[in-house]
Design a protein around this ligand. Sequence first.
Ligand code: NG6
Ligand code: CA
Length: 526
Amino acid sequence: MNFRKIILSGLLAVVATGMVSCKGEAKKGVTKTASDAVKQVTKPNVVVIYLDDLGYGDVSAYGGDALKTPNIDKLANEGVKFTNGYASSATCTPSRYALLTGVYPWRNKKAKILPGTAPLLISTTQQTLPKMFKAKGYDTGIVGKWHLGLGIGHTNWNQHISPGPNEVGFDSSYIMAATQDRVPTVYIENGNVVGLDPKDPIEVNYKENFEGEDTAISNPEKLKMTWHHGHNNSIVNGIPRIGYMKGGEAAKWVDEDMADHFLAKAKTYVKEHKKNPFFLYYAMQQPHVPRTPHPRFVGKSGLGPRGDVILEADWVVGEFVKTLEAEGLLENTLIVLSSDNGPVLNDGYNDDAVEKLGNHDPKGGLRGGKYSLYEAGTKVPFITYWKGHIQPKVSDALVCQMDLLTSLAKLVDGKVEGTDSEELLDVFLGKSDDGRASLILEATSRTALRKGDWMMIPPYKGVTVNKKVNIELGNSKEFQLYNVKEDKGQQHNLATQKPELLKELLADFEAVRGKNYSKTQALELK
Ligand code: NG6
Ligand code: CA
């Protein structure tokens, strides 16, 4: 039996609109009969390309012009470019948790930025995006950044590491455990450290150094990149990291080669699985710190390493799409491209991100950034592209990455139950503007509500600006209410002018979030 031939759920609806024939070529206005719908089509592959800390304004299709991202722009301009597309959170781990499980990250108290030694955050019994695809006969793979914990605690990096991605639905995994700035700085393939020499075992500790090992504090002369805040533990490849690591010399990655390395793995994945339907989660590392462009890209942006790695990432996207095309898969592959949280300039290394910024605005006119409850924390580039199946469109519909689980389940006739993920397939395919009514957004354990054109942020204690990263966090003693359509930069707090609306939004927020979201609950609405 040819595995790829199935009848697509939802095909009737597609055919009824006359937009797509059963072979997939556009045929506007042609009326199809129901019997046409019974014809078989090829089961689509799905690829989620997920960048790390890429801001709304970092993509030129989203209005940035100091930095040109032609390959990502092509997907945006020939697919659906969402202008209200959100990550669930303003940091990595919670956003990835929500993307893969369809569950709001604030429901899991452990869904916070994880150290490299954290145990697996997703339960092996939990439903996940790859499990949903697997149940429908897909092969599922992940290449790139994981950052959702591994093992059950006290991981021995010299043995098979489990549970991990392979135990929550991925048939194959080629990952970095946490982040590029955290140890262990090695690739892990299907639970095994790649290139490990058993005579040089790896040890990892986030609390104390191993005797006699260099650190950024004791051996600053060994650094090729200096730290600004945090990032002063073990030195790997001349770059100071978070956490201490000993051994594993032969297995350590080369930072400047990471983009090419993951790209090669992603391409191989596509080539090896092209005969069966596949779901690939390609989690790229750029432009997260440390920003280490391959020498080919050094100096190319004029904006320093942060700009250079964005150009590198854009090139990678182009190369990856070329591979799909060369393999004849482009018209049978839905590509989703987004970012796990908003932008940050100085995230702990002296890498000229601030100094060389010039006229570039990574926030794209939004307020805040990574770690922030303001828009720039979670509103990110969000693109769906499917050659011949999605018509070019700019969509203002409210969508969240968390919604992919249920929506993609609809696409492949898969099953999903009891999540926070909303079924918005037609929105993702550009056939409807009927997005979410509302969405709860999270930033470092604080939450806010987006509804309609509005954002409501309840009062939170704490500093208003994180001075190290120079980002406004969204904290205020007062309720904040912004019309984010008319006031993109969130400059006009209308909370006192619109008490009725504030009351309504707070009620909506509490209906989902409950009442224990803030330690400043004394400040209740009168
Ligand atoms: C922070 C790190 C930051 C980055 C972030 C995780 C310090 C001072 N800062 O704790 O550099 O690694 O964690 O980023 O250590 S994320 O995109 O993976 O959430
Ligand atoms: Ca991130």
